[in-house]
Write a protein that binds this ligand. Structure first.
Ligand code: URA
Length: 234
């Protein structure tokens, strides 16, 4: 494991600014393996050395995986000067991590969004090759007939000629459907229904692989997920 500077380690793990941490270390708030340390540039081995700050252990997490119940009206981008983004909904303690959304949901789409600083995980989750199922509830402006269901099963050809991977479409109401896809092209679900003249009034993501949006996670709330790879299904 690579070494890391003490101030950087504490700052990243606790989401406290580097300057505040340095002041704290100078005031002897930090210890490493039981020894007080006042040099903020001291080198430590994350995950191996025991670091305390303000009397509490700083638990090392290389990466974090956060699920958000995305509300409508928020964009899935990194920081934006004027518009609110999903990263603005992430608690302060994660603010020194390089977080990004795993894939994109449209501004008006609600539901399960993963946010992480683990780029490899994000890539595997999004890649169509991983076959991770993303499950959505779509409210449509017209009725769903059997023809649409079998067309989804066979792979819809979008207006630009792209042939989608086979998708599952289940009717859960005359104008409401559950759609399961294993890829995530731009506006994919809306464009798939668009081929059949159907507009999507509301779109909500219920799950990503085996990870379901918990019923008790309020709109706009985040929760850290442990063992994400097993839960999602890698
Ligand atoms: N498909 C869409 O059309 N929009 C989303 O936000 C996600 C999937």
């Amino acid at each position: 494991m690579d070494k890391q500077r003490l101030d950087k380690f504490i700052s990243n793990q606790l989401g406290i600014s580097r300057s505040e941490v340095r002041t704290g270390i100078k005031r002897r708030l930090a210890s490493v393996n039981g020894e007080p340390v006042s040099d903020f540039a001291a080198q430590i081995i994350p995950g191996s050395d025991t670091v305390l700050y303000g009397g509490k252990e700083v638990c090392y997490k290389k990466f974090v995986y956060i699920m958000l119940n995305k509300p409508a009206g928020i964009i899935c981008a990194s920081r934006d000067k004027t518009r609110k983004t999903v990263l603005d909904l992430v608690p302060e303690k994660y603010k020194n991590r390089r977080l990004s959304a795993v894939g994109r949901l449209d501004k008006d789409t609600t539901g399960l969004l993963l946010i992480t600083d683990d780029g490899d995980f994000a890539h595997r989750c999004i890649s169509p090759k991983s076959n991770i199922e993303k499950c959505y509830i779509a409210e449509l402006d017209g009725d769903i007939d059997g023809g649409v269901i079998s067309a989804f099963e066979n792979g819809v050809t979008l207006a630009d000629g792209y042939v989608c991977k086979p998708a599952r479409l289940e009717r859960v109401g005359t104008r409401t459907a559950r759609v399961t896809v294993t890829e995530g092209k731009y506006h994919q679900i809306k464009r798939m229904f668009g081929v059949f003249g159907l507009g999507v009034n509301r779109l909500h993501r219920e799950s990503v692989g085996g990870l379901k949006l918990p019923a008790d996670l309020e709109k706009g709330e985040c929760r850290e997920v442990a063992n994400i790879a097993q839960t999602v299904g890698f």
